[in-house]
Design a binder for this molecule. Sequence first.
Ligand SMILES: [Zn+2]
Length: 290
Amino acid sequence: MTSSLPALSARRKRLVPALLASAMLTLGCGASPTPLAPNQFGSVGAPHHGVLTHSAELPVRGKGFRRFRPRSPVYHGLPRLVKAVEEAAADVKETFPQSSPLVIGDLSAKTGGKIPRHNSHRSGRDVDLLFYVTSPSGIPRTNPGFYSIRADGFVRFPDKSYGLLDLPRNWHLIQTLLQDPSIDVQFMFMSRNIEARIIEYALAKEDDLNLIWRAQTVMFQPGDSLPHADHIHLRIACTPLESIHGCLGGGPRWSWYPPLPRLDLDSPLQLSELIGSSDPLPPPLKLAKQ
Ligand SMILES: [Zn+2]
């Protein structure tokens, strides 16, 4: 915006304080739904400091997936995240009919907030996906748990058997999630060694270099926690509408995301939506002359 505040029209001068007040109400101090902020719902706040309303629960099992902790209460997330993970797992199963299921770790609690084992996972935008593995001879096997995969792709399980990182199925899962229009993947946290193996595989097998670049862009070894050699931690970005309703941060908006809509300060309807009122803004009060 190039115009300074004094240069705004009288109408805009009236609307700007309303916008700032509503933005504070929407994004500010509380970051949790209250009767004073009825427009905050869904994923509210940041992944490390947030809550969740209107969540969906991942079923105990479905086509191509199952929960790692069947009776755990922390399998709730934004409905579009839960749906995207279910559909991606089903897609892998259709593509690789002999596939063992994707094993899914924690999402969030039904109403969000702090859960055991995690600093994030508080606002319904995070989910842990165990890597697909095979036997050393390439036969798919269900990943038994969170066991670190070594730089050479092998993993030793507690029963002393060995597994091998399954590159075709993991790449299929990753590229399916990246291309799902209902989610914007913000991060796929995993160790550098596993990222290198998966990207090397993709460069050999995948024609779409832009897709590989996007995958490499969202893959990160986190600096503030374990290196994630045992699972993918998937985080999705807020949609613009979710941002209006209190969804915050958690990472960048990558360049391939759809552009943010422009906010029209002359539109009482848009401001009413921002404030959460179904009524257009009332006309400004006229002060009597002294
Ligand atoms: Zn995680």
